[in-house]
Every structure is written in structure tokens, then in C-alpha cells.
Design a protein around this ligand. Sequence first.
Ligand code: SF4
Ligand code: SF4
Length: 152
Amino acid sequence: MKGIVKGLGLTFKTMLQKKVTYAYPDVPLELPDRFRGIQHFDPEKCIVCNQCARICPTECITLTGKKNPDPESKMKLVIDTYDINFEICILCDLCTEVCPTEAIVMTNNFELSTYSRDDLFKNMEWLHQNNTNVRKENNAATPKGGAKKDAG
Ligand code: SF4
Ligand code: SF4
């Protein structure tokens, strides 16, 4: 009897304590702004300097440029393809740190689980549409809660 009372006492005490669990994934996790999540890429800002690909320790960025169709522009090249292989990206943040134009920036998004490894190759369109939860220091043009990404 004493044991039951003691057990119930502990149960009621625990019931009144603040919850430490989250209702994820129904409720999105609030992550620190310096969290290193999946990158957002803005093709219009990219100057095809290749610094992000060069610094990447896992060589998971591949990009190509093409001749600028605007003959009057100072930029001779514009970005043509930009891919990141998230099988081997370690989200180290180096690519975004070296980018001189903030064409590539970190977001707080982290959900990449998939049934196929092929789905972990993300192209320029996907990275461009991954424009929610951009870090505050980079999100002047793409505010939190912007257009929804179209995962592919
Ligand atoms: S976060 Fe790191 S590993 Fe991932 S693409 Fe950028 S430099 Fe490469
Ligand atoms: S460092 Fe920035 S501007 Fe240069 S190629 Fe990479 S994304 Fe484009």
C-alpha cells in the first residue's frame, strides 16, 4: 500500500511538471539561428567564381557556367547548373562563408530523409526553392516563411 501511494505521488508530481518533449513533426522545431541546415541558392546572385566548390572538403558541389546572354553585362558568365550531393555534404558552412555574394546561404531546414539515395542530389531549382528559414543575417530578400519548397 505504501508503495502504491508513493508511486501515485510520483506520477501526479510528474504530471504537473513542464513537458520536455516536442510534438515533432506536427510542430516544427525552433532551431538556433546559427544552425547549419540545408543551403538556399540564389542563381541571380551567383558570379560563377567557383569558390564554394573549391573550398568544399567533401567535393559535393558541382557547378557549371554559361556565356551571359546579355552582351552589355559586365559578367561574362552566368550560372547554368548547380548541384549539391547531400549524401556527402557535412553541412560545415564553408561554402556559404566564402561566397562573396551570398548566393549560397544556410537555412534552418534539415529534413532530407528519403527512400532513395538518388533523391539526395539536389539541383539548382530545388536549392533555389529551399528558401524558408534562411538565416536571419542572410534573409533580407527571403524572409522566414517565404515560398514553400517543392521537394524533388
Ligand atoms: S556545407 Fe560543407 S560539405 Fe556541404 S556543400 Fe558546403 S562546403 Fe561542402
Ligand atoms: S561562391 Fe557563391 S558566387 Fe561563387 S560560384 Fe559559389 S555560389 Fe556562386
